[in-house]
Design a protein around this ligand. Structure first.
Ligand SMILES: [Zn+2]
Length: 301
């Protein structure tokens, strides 16, 4: 992927090396959590602090469900690891990709007669306090609609490469573009409507089906970003599209379920199968327009 000359976004918040920092109400208690993430001791600290503050630690995990959190729970993602040179390069990469999504979506929203509001992207290591509660690196990247921020522990990229066998920078960009896709859904009111429909759904399978459509749309939006970024800035190099498709395929529900349980239960899918994810990313990439991504209208996914 040709990204080196791209503009860097100003909306990246680097919270690495400061697990659970920021908004968490520890107000300068100065918990000695070292770099490299939180182990069992760290979790105990969270529980103790929660108890001290009279907060049920479980409450920290509840609230409005963030998109994609707990997605990769079964993963033994390598924890934290302080920022190093390689990670600084990654940070620059993430900033450029984020800036690119900003340009793409600003133009798309303008066509709709609306103004795009940039999301923030938070880099963390180990754990993080988000507007949607506490999150751990092992849960994978996610978008929190409450604070309109994308959260990512860069160790996920090692996971993507080694555990999911989806290496390459364009695969990494796809992950960001997918989460930004959830932000777009939030701004357009799609997420709200889906949540409402899920509350009224007659069965869990029906609610899951809506979740799949939401996820596939985020994949399509990621493809749409790739289309525009390439048209405007020629970022795609040979092999890039395959990288993204490999990533989309690697994190399909069927593949993940087979890996973790050995069997596949389509009704329990919340993100779509590998084939579906690939297909919708490709649709966005080839068509490059919003109304190509109406996964809610589509009879067949
Ligand atoms: Zn998602």
């Amino acid at each position: 992927m040709r990204w080196q000359d791209g503009r860097e976004s100003e909306n990246v918040e680097d919270r690495r090396g400061a697990p659970g920092s920021g908004g968490f109400r520890t107000g300068g208690i100065g918990i000695p959590i070292g770099r490299g993430g939180i182990g069992i001791g760290g979790l105990a600290v969270i529980v103790v602090v929660s108890l001290l503050l009279g907060i049920n630690p479980l409450d920290l995990l509840q609230g409005t469900a963030p998109q994609d959190q707990a997605r990769y729970e079964q993963s033994d993602a390598p924890r934290g690891g302080g920022p190093d040179n390689r990670d600084d390069e990654l940070k620059r990469f993430v900033s450029v990709v984020l800036a690119d999504t900003e340009d793409t979506w600003a133009a798309q929203f303008q066509q709709l007669g609306r103004t795009y509001q940039d999301p923030a992207l938070v880099l963390f290591s180990g754990t993080v306090d988000s507007g949607c509660g506490f999150a751990q690196a092992a849960m994978g990247p996610f978008y929190c609609p409450q604070d309109r921020k994308v959260y990512i522990d860069l160790s996920f990229y090692r996971d993507l490469r080694d555990r999911f066998r989806a290496p390459g920078d364009f695969a990494q960009a796809y992950v960001i573009a997918h989460e930004v896709g959830h932000h777009v859904q939030n701004l357009l009111g799609i997420s709200d409507r889906v949540q409402q429909a899920q509350r009224q759904a007659g069965s869990q399978a029906e609610a899951n089906g809506l979740s799949v459509r939401l996820e596939l749309q985020a994949d399509c939006f990621a493809g749409l970003w790739a289309n525009h970024a390439n048209r405007e800035r020629q970022i795609i190099e040979p092999g890039d599209v395959e990288e993204a498709l490999t990533a989309a395929s690697a994190i399909g529900d069927d593949r993940l379920q087979r890996q973790s349980r050995g069997t596949v239960t389509p009704d329990s899918f919340t993100h779509g199968s590998s084939t579906q994810r690939v297909q919708w990313f490709r649709t966005g990439l080839e068509r490059g327009e919003l109304n190509a991504c109406d996964t809610f209208r589509a009879d067949r996914l």
